[in-house]
Structures are given as C-alpha cells and as structure tokens.
Design a protein around this ligand. Structure first.
Ligand code: ZN
Length: 161
C-alpha cells in the first residue's frame, strides 16, 4: 500500500507541476501511472528473465523509481503551454459576456422622461389653485361655509355661489 500512496502523491505533484507550466494535468497523471506501473512490470520481467529471484523485486522497484523520475522530470521541466486550470483561474478576470457591462449612455440625446423637463411627471393632478381653495364665508353671520356648499353651517342662510 505504501507504493500506491507514493504513486498518488507523485500524480498530485506532477499535476501541480503541469498546471504551473501551463500544461493539461490529465496527460501527466496518465504518464506518471503508465511509467511507474509499466517500468515496474518491466523490472519484474527483466529480473525474472535474468533469474534474479528476490532480486527481481528490487529491480522492479528500481524501474518504477526510474519511471516516476521520468514522469516527474517531464512535468517539471517539459515545454510550457498556455493551459490555465479552471480552479486556479482568477475570479476577477472571468467575464462570461465581455462587453455586456458598462454600456455607454448617450447623455446628450438621452431624455429621462417624455415631458422633456428631466422631471418625472406626477401621476397626481396638480393641486387646486389658491383662488379656488379660498374659503368662503356666510354673507349673514360671517361663519366659514362648508366646502362646496351654499348654505351656512351656522345660521342656515343661503349664500350665492
Ligand atoms: Zn350664517
């Protein structure tokens, strides 16, 4: 199990190296596993064919180590690419729809409201003029007349409209 742990660690290291150099990490992970396992099997085959006995196990480890080293060197010192890992991409530089923000407003021809005054038209009717709102008084007793009424609320006399 120690070997599997080492292989996983190496895959993570190579992935990190690949991303740091702008290379897609997937290929390097596959390369790491293939070189490690492949050369380890090759070491066993060579060891058995040479009739090394228990020595073939050590030869397998040696070959696996060489494979691991090759994969590490490839990821660490391989040619640089322009791949950017999505998880490391800056949030600030991410714009799903370039040009959709900061749309310039033509302020010269822009009229906020159709009445052309720049003032929002009131949905309410204008207040009654001062003359219309002037209170009326009874011609007989001088009391204020009720709104819209010609009859005095105090003495009951009729006033002309
Ligand atoms: Zn009156």
């Amino acid at each position: 199990m120690l070997e599997v742990f080492g292989l996983v660690m190496l895959c993570k290291a190579n992935k990190k190296n690949a991303i740091a150099r702008g290379k897609r990490p997937g290929g390097f992970i596959a390369l790491t596993i293939i070189l490690w396992i492949g050369l380890e099997i090759l070491g066993v085959v060579v060891g058995v064919s040479l009739d090394l006995g228990r020595g073939s196990i050590f030869l397998a480890y040696l070959f696996a180590g060489i494979g691991a080293l090759i994969s590490f060197l490839c990821s660490k010192f391989g040619p640089k690419g322009d791949y950017v890992d999505p998880s490391t991409q800056s949030v600030n530089s991410y714009n799903p729809m370039p040009g959709s923000y900061n749309v310039p407003v033509d302020t010269a021809s822009y009229t906020p409201y159709p009445n052309g005054t720049g003032v929002q038209p009131s949905p309410f009717k204008p207040a009654p003029s001062a003359a219309a709102a002037q209170p009326r008084f009874c011609e007989h007793c001088g009391s204020p007349l009720p709104d819209g009424s010609n009859f005095c609320g105090n003495c009951g006399a009729k006033n002309e409209a």
